[in-house]
Structures are given as C-alpha cells and as structure tokens.
Design a protein around this ligand. Structure first.
Ligand code: B12
Ligand code: SF4
Length: 457
C-alpha cells in the first residue's frame, strides 16, 4: 500500500522564497506533523513525504498512491484543496488533517474524502485500516494524545538540505492569548513527552540545528520548569550535540539555573512573544503574564544574553489600541529591549481563536472570500477591519517597522554587539539578512495586494 503525505506550499511565505532571497534558506524547517504521522504508520505502508516548500513535483508522473494525507495550516488551505482535487480526479482518496481542517471541518469536508480533526495518534491506525478496506469515514475525531503514545518521528522521510530539524517535547500552553490557536487545538493542559523518548529522537535528527516546536518549552509553573531542567540535564548527559532554538515565555529570564542548563544543552536562541510595546496592548490580547511583578524587559533580555542565547521577539501590529506610529514604536522598543531579531506580524483572526469569534461577531473579518483568501492568513497581510488603522496604514506601519529594525546601521550594530557575546552570531546575522532582503520582496507583494484590493488611503 502506497501513502503520500503532503505539506502544501504558500508562495507568499518566506520559506518558499529561497530563489528570490538566498538567506531565506536559513528559515527552511521540516514539517514535523507529517514526520510524526510517518512514525504512526505501520510498515506495510510505503510512505513518501512531499514538502512543497522545497519543490512541487509532477504528481501525475509519480506512481499512483492508494491514499494521500494532506496537512495544512490555514495559510496553506487553498493550495491543500487544489492538491486534493488533483488526486481525487485520479480516483485517489484524500484525507486531510491539522489545524485548519480541525477548525474549518465543514469547509474541508467539501474538498477531501475524509477529515481527521485534532491530534492523530489515537485514530490514524483506524484511518489506514479503513482506507485499505475502501471504507473511509467522513470524519475521525482525534483527541488529546497521551504523550507516552507519541512515537518517534520518521526523520528519515525527508532529504537533507533543511536548515533546521524539528522535534516536539510538550503539547499545549497554560496561557490563552486571544489570537492564538494553540489552546483551542492542543488545550491548556501542559502535556510532556517522556524525556527518554525526546533524547532518543534527537539521535535520529541529521541536522545540526533543531527547532523545538513546543509552544512553550519551559512552561509557566514551578513543575514545568523543573521538567525543562530535567530535559536539559538529560540532553547534556546524552551529549546530543545539537544547537537548538525554541519558543518560551519571558519567565525563562528569571531562573539562572534554567538558562545555564539550556545554554549548556545547546540553546542558541529563544522566540518570545512580547506582543505589544504597550500595557494596553498586552491587556487586550490577554497576556498579562508578561507584566507580572513589574517586569523589566531589557533586564530580562540582558540576563538571557549573558548565557549567549539570542532573543527573537514577536510583536503584533493592528491591535484595537494601536494607532499610527505603532510600527516605529515596535522597532524602537525592540531595539531598546535588546531583541536580536524582530518578528512583527499583523493581528490576524485565525479560525478557532477568541479573536476570530470576537471579530466575526462584529463583522470585522474583511478578507473573507474563502477558501481563496486563506492564502493571506500568513500574519503578514491585513485581513480584518482594524480599529484605528486602514489597510494602507497597516502596510505602511509594517514597512516602517521592518525598515527601521532591519536598517543597515541597526543590523551592523547588532552583529558587532553579538560577535563575542553570542554562541552563534552568524545565525543572528543570517536571520537579519533574511528579513532585510525580504523588505523589497514584501514591498512588491504589498503593491500587488494593494492593486488587487481596496486598501484605502
Ligand atoms: C513549527 C511551527 C511552524 C514552522 C512550520 C514548520 C512546517 N510545518 O513547515 C514555521 C516556523 C515555518 C511556521 C510558520 C508559520 N506558522 Co506556525 N507553527 C508551528 C508550531 C509552533 C508547531 C507545529 C508543529 O510542528 N507541531 C507538532 C505536530 C506534531 O503537531 P501538529 O502539526 O498539530 O500535527 C498533529 C495534528 O494536527 C495532526 N495532523 C497534522 N497534519 C495532519 C495531516 C493528516 C493527514 C492527519 C491525518 C493528521 C494531521 O496529527 C499530528 C499529530 O497529532 C504551531 C503550533 C502548534 N502547536 O501546532 C504553529 C502554528 C501551526 N503556526 C501558525 C501560523 C499562523 C504560522 C504562520 C502563518 C505565521 C507564523 N507564525 O510565522 C506561518 C505559516 C507558514 C506556511 N507554510 O504557510 C498557527 C496556525 C494557525 C492556523 N489556523 O493556521 C499555529 C497553530 C500557531 C498559533 N499561534 O496559532 N510555523
Ligand atoms: S503564550 Fe504563545 S502559545 Fe501560549 S497561548 Fe500565548 S501565543 Fe499561544
């Protein structure tokens, strides 16, 4: 039995634009969902994994599969449906899973033969069995998996050439930010994989650099942090020899032992959601956590830097409390905090989030020709009605924000500053150059977007 697992591309996102900007190759990551699905698939199935971000094959010229499985974030949904249509024309059944199909079950059901909602661990074997018997059900409802049942991912299913391998050590996030899909999908409970499994899986990853995809690797409570320390200790003992980056919350800065162990186990950088330079903004998105104990963000980042760890800071443009000038404010605040790489994004109502529900009830979801418009849900296009900013304002604010933070002067200043301080200053520079060289590409995309849409003045 032959199974194709496909990660559809969205040509509007940076990781698909390697030809136009060489530095984007440093942002090529592996689609872990499909590697995990590969790990759940019994050996009688011959699995081929296609990552369209690397290249789109001629499917008609490939041997005919018995089943196709497609994953999809919302931003990939319309391409996912196009791929599904291609295989269904050939008479091949298609099953779709992942965050988008889960949150938009009715829509997805119109384009594929079967939808798996939620986590696949508990239902995938049944899907395969039913496919083999020609008896696929329309919907399989996956539940939150017991983390002891998550198999080692099949890292062998993708070729070399990725900048980063991927691994997951926990699921769920104890916080509940308004714009984020994680709690709706994986829940607020913080589920942890057995540390031995994680360490063994690191041994299967060929890339030197690894993205730990957890939404919050360290968690928020004492017991979460104790577990993170145990994980880092085990990685040090096993000498996994990987440089890794991960998403964490700012409380990582408060525990020197945690930082020391993280650094010793290979931590090269952390991605932190600062979300807004303003208190009103943090309250609006439900991230009071960042304000706890009168946090001093610059001092926190300094403490992380002392362990040679880079900080990627994420901020949102377009909150109800944002006004003109927010782009410049974010760029300047991030530089003042000492952020090494800035990831600025537009407030985007993603299906299933609190924000989606609020905006939908207020009639504010403006890019709503679905499924076609899903391709703009990359967090880099204005898709809603924003309170104080028109779409033209939003595009200008983003350009101002990125143009300021990634100006030649600031890039060079960061590089010199990091040269001796950081474990891998070149990685920081590569990211800076990827973002900086995307500026003209983004401007071109925004011009096209403005011509195709009524973006206002
Ligand atoms: C790693 C990651 C990335 C990597 C992507 C690597 C890749 N796939 O190519 C990078 C950094 C490139 C990235 C980019 C983006 N991401 Co991202 N990302 C994640 C993150 C943190 C982890 C994903 C992961 O690997 N999880 C581990 C696997 C094992 O879990 P899983 O994907 O859920 O898969 C399970 C089930 O869903 C199911 N399943 C999944 N696919 C399939 C398919 C079939 C056939 C079946 C049966 C089952 C099934 O089975 C799996 C096992 O249980 C998630 C958050 C999260 N917790 O999922 C956000 C997340 C997926 N990203 C998100 C977003 C918004 C984006 C961006 C649009 C913007 C951004 N943040 O930069 C871009 C879009 C890129 C694009 N291609 O269009 C949102 C998506 C929400 C949505 N509705 O789409 C999430 C949920 C985060 C959030 N805060 O809400 N991302
Ligand atoms: S802390 Fe991060 S993962 Fe957790 S709910 Fe907020 S945005 Fe989502």
């Amino acid at each position: 039995m032959r199974l194709y697992l496909i990660n559809p591309s969205n040509q509007l996102v940076a990781l698909a634009k390697v030809k136009q900007n060489w530095w984007n190759r440093y942002r090529r990551w592996k689609p872990l969902s499909l590697l995990v699905l590969g790990g759940l698939t019994p050996p009688e199935w011959e699995v081929t994994l296609v990552d369209e971000n690397v290249g789109v094959p001629d499917y008609a010229a490939m041997p005919r599969p018995d089943l196709v499985g497609i994953t999809s974030f919302t931003s990939q949904a319309n391409r996912a449906y196009a791929v599904a249509a291609e295989f269904r024309r050939l008479g091949v059944p298609v099953v779709m899973g992942g965050i988008h199909a889960t949150m938009c079950l009715e829509e997805a059901s119109q384009h594929v033969d079967s939808v798996v909602t939620g986590e696949a661990e508990g239902v995938w074997a049944q899907v395969l069995e039913d496919a083999r018997n020609g008896d696929l059900k329309r919907v399989y409802a996956g539940e939150h998996a017991n983390m002891e049942g998550v198999p080692l991912a099949r890292h062998d299913l993708l070729p070399d050439g990725y900048a980063l391998g991927a691994i997951q050590t926990t699921r769920g996030c104890p916080l509940h930010c308004s714009f984020c899909s994680v709690t709706a999908f994986n829940g607020r409970g913080y589920r942890q994989r057995p540390i031995d499994d994680v360490v063994r899986e690191f041994g299967l990853i060929r890339e030197k650099r690894v993205l730990i995809v957890d939404d919050n690797l360290i968690g928020t409570r004492e017991e979460h942090i104790a577990r993170a320390k145990d994980l880092f200790r085990a990685m040090i003992r096993a000498d996994v020899r990987k440089a890794w980056i991960a998403q964490v919350t700012i409380n990582m800065a408060d525990d020197d032992e945690l930082l020391k162990l993280a650094s010793k186990s290979g931590c090269e950088g952390v991605f932190i959601g600062f979300e807004s330079p303003r208190v009103e903004g943090l309250l609006e998105v439900g991230k009071k956590f960042n304000l706890r104990d009168g946090r001093d963000f610059k001092a926190s980042i300094d403490r992380i830097h002392r362990h040679k760890i880079l900080v990627v800071g994420s901020f949102i443009i377009g909150l109800d409390t944002d006004e003109r000038g927010i782009g410049r404010q974010i760029a300047d605040t991030s530089s003042r905090y000492g952020v090494d790489i800035l990831n600025a994004m537009f407030l985007t109502p993603l299906p299933g989030t609190r924000l989606w529900k609020e905006m939908e009830s207020e009639g504010r979801i403006a890019a709503n020709s679905f499924p076609e418009d899903w391709k703009y849900y990359t967090l880099l296009f204005p898709v809603a009605q924003y309170k104080n900013l028109s779409w033209a304002d939003m595009l200008r604010e983003m350009d101002e924000c990125d143009g300021t933070f990634f100006s030649r002067r600031r890039v060079l200043r960061r590089f010199w500053g990091n040269l001796c301080r950081m474990r891998n200053p070149i990685f920081g520079l590569a990211m800076d150059l990827s973002y900086r060289n995307n500026l003209p590409l983004n401007r071109k995309t925004y011009r096209e977007f403005s011509l195709a849409h009524d973006v206002g003045a």
